[in-house]
Design a protein around this ligand. Sequence first.
Ligand code: GDP
Ligand code: MG
Length: 170
Amino acid sequence: MQNLDTKVVCLGTQGVGKTSIVMRYVGKMFSNNVNPTIGASFFTFRMNIENYRVQLQLWDTAGQERFRSMAPMYYRNANAALVVYDITEANSLDLAKDWVKELQQNVEHNIAMCLIGNKSDLDEHRQVTTEEGKEYADSINAIFVETSAKENTGVKEAFLQITQELIKRH
Ligand code: GDP
Ligand code: MG
């Protein structure tokens, strides 16, 4: 067994479902232990996969993403970023693209990215097609998954795929 300790951050505008996705994945209430300097909280999640003992340090914002900027110390040493938008809000994909640009400008290493189109249960209100999300993800070399934190679809898959990518890069 090898050890892999990684930091994963969630990015995306307020209301897209970042906290719901993380809570759905970790299966319990997210830590309300907010780091006052960064204004974010983290949860440590452990799993064994492909001969690796993986420890994911999963970071979520505490609402300051509404100011459209995160302290670079939130993501600068992250190994992976989950960039989330809401499929029923076209604007949230534009804002996700801004986060990606910010990462590309401020992170020196090659950070693994997973673009997540959340709220797939609200298909009748969809404003962003699956193809559009997938195409953008391909253009930035990101994994792409549509999820519903509400119905628990795609969430495990998103984390599995990003973890496999991190293992591949290790
Ligand atoms: P955050 O600001 O990105 O952390 O978003 P939250 O996790 O706080 O979610 C914002 C709102 O969207 C809440 O009312 C959630 O219940 C709702 N929400 C989150 N995920 C889903 C989803 O997959 N489907 C639906 N229908 N609502 C969701
Ligand atoms: Mg939140």
